[in-house]
Ligand binder design. Structure first.
Ligand SMILES: *Cc1c(COP(=O)(O)O)cnc(C)c1O
Length: 405
């Protein structure tokens, strides 16, 4: 076991926006003995999870499951459908969008990065009209793909994927649409087929409540056709053989058997609660979290209320305060981890995750830990965020249709 000179009582509060806490049901499911991945039981498990995961992506098309982190599934998306030197249009919404662009460069693609300078672009979602305008100017159709992040985990800002699809269609442009919803899937509304997404990238350790270690590509017919022409080198990531073998519930190599047990359990939990209820719960908790931040008098990083993330909330620090010092105070005093500021936001903000198995009372405890930590760090708070969040949650329970900002 990990040896730390730190012996806190009770459960650790893992309130980072992924990995999210893994429910006991999933941990128990994963503790079953590993079976023969070529044996009869495995095929049944494989078919079950491959079918169930389609419901989460809202797709009738294949979903490829990789034994890899989300970063692997990013690479899979790019290498399956693109060729060396291809021009791709990406959009700077935050740190994860930036990392995906760096990967595109490393793979020999030519990414063009749309967005606002400074941190402005890190406070709002993708502006679909800018994508439309850029695609209209590309009359030679040199741009082969548009890549956007659905839920920017570094900031707490979502993007309107249906609007991006409409922008591509309005420009009459044949580019593929590639979307990262690594932290959005199973927490925020997502519709692979209806939104006409060609490749959706996701991962296990955020809304799906699993440990890190598996990731996904949902693949449209158009993307599958593109993969037959694309020439970037791909071997491990190549969809073809995996999709072929998945037809009987198997993989060409040893899959992450125990994580697939966990996935099976997660699907039972999520589909049992009902996807719409899962989304409503995330919206409810996010609303209460924002009520707390507003009451504290601190600034929410997302500057556009129409794209607030239901998954996490970015809290900006007043000048003179280092968010990582406050996170450390909270960790040491209350055994809680909050998300650090990434990239351009290092030290300037912390992130509160309210995803996965989060509920009203875990959120309240989280906000209490934040409030006490902020006070210990001598941040001047306008009012009690805990009291405001309780009032918000009570109101939402009284009148569930009421939309509380
Ligand atoms: C977590 C995350 C990633 C990276 O996934 P890893 O599993 O850490 O490789 C990429 N994009 C987004 C939006 C994420 O939230």
């Amino acid at each position: 076991m990990l040896k730390l000179d730190f012996h806190p009582a009770g459960r650790h509060f893992l309130q980072i926006p992924g990995p999210s806490p893994v429910p006991d049901r999933i941990l128990r499911a994963m503790s079953f003995p590993t079976i023969d991945h070529r044996g009869p039981e495995f095929g049944a498990l494989g078919l079950q999870v491959l079918d169930g995961i389609k419901k989460i992506f809202k797709t009738e098309q294949p979903v490829v499951i990789y034994p890899a982190s989300g970063t692997g599934a990013w690479e899979a998306a790019l290498t399956n459908v693109l060729s060396a030197g291809d021009h791709v249009l990406m959009y700077e919404t935050g740190h994860f969008a930036t990392l995906w662009k760096k990967m595109a460069e490393a793979l020999g693609l030519q990414p063009e990065f749309l967005g606002e300078p400074g941190i402005e672009g890190w406070r709002r979602g993708v502006q679909a009209d800018r994508i439309e305008e850029r695609l209209r100017r590309d009359s030679a159709h040199q741009i082969k793909a548009v890549c956007v992040v659905h839920n920017e985990t570094s900031t707490g800002v979502t993007s309107n994927i249906a609007a991006v699809r409409q922008a591509i269609d309005a420009a009459g442009h044949p580019a593929l649409l590639l979307v990262d919803t690594i932290s959005g899937l199973a927490s925020a509304d997502y519709r692979h087929d209806e939104w006409g997404v060609d490749v959706t990238v996701s991962g296990s350790q955020k809304g799906l409540m699993l440990p890190p270690g598996i990731s996904f590509n949902a693949v449209s017919k158009k993307a599958l056709a593109a993969s037959k022409q694309a020439t970037l080198p791909k071997a491990f990531w190549a969809w073809g053989e995996i999709i072929e073998m998945n037809a009987t519930g198997y993989w060409p190599y040893t899959p992450s058997t125990n994580l697939l047990y966990g996935l099976s359990e997660a699907l039972d939990m999520i589909l049992g609660e009902g996807l719409d209820n899962v989304f409503a719960r995330h919206e409810r908790l996010a609303s209460a979290c924002r009520a707390a931040v507003n009451a504290w008098g601190l600034e929410i990083q997302c500057a556009d209320p129409s794209v607030y993330s239901p998954v996490l909330t970015g809290v900006m620090m007043p000048s003179g305060f280092d968010a990582d010092t406050i996170r450390k105070t909270i960790y040491e005093n209350f055994n809680m981890s909050l998300g650090t500021g990434l990239g351009k936001m290092k030290g300037g903000m912390f992130r509160i995750g309210h995803l996965g198995e989060a509920n009203e009372l875990t959120l309240m405890a989280t906000l209490a830990g934040c409030e006490m930590g902020l006070k210990l760090a001598d941040v001047a708070l306008a009012d009690s965020g805990v009291v405001a969040a309780m009032a918000n949650l009570t109101e939402q329970k009284k009148n569930p249709v009421l939309k509380v900002a």
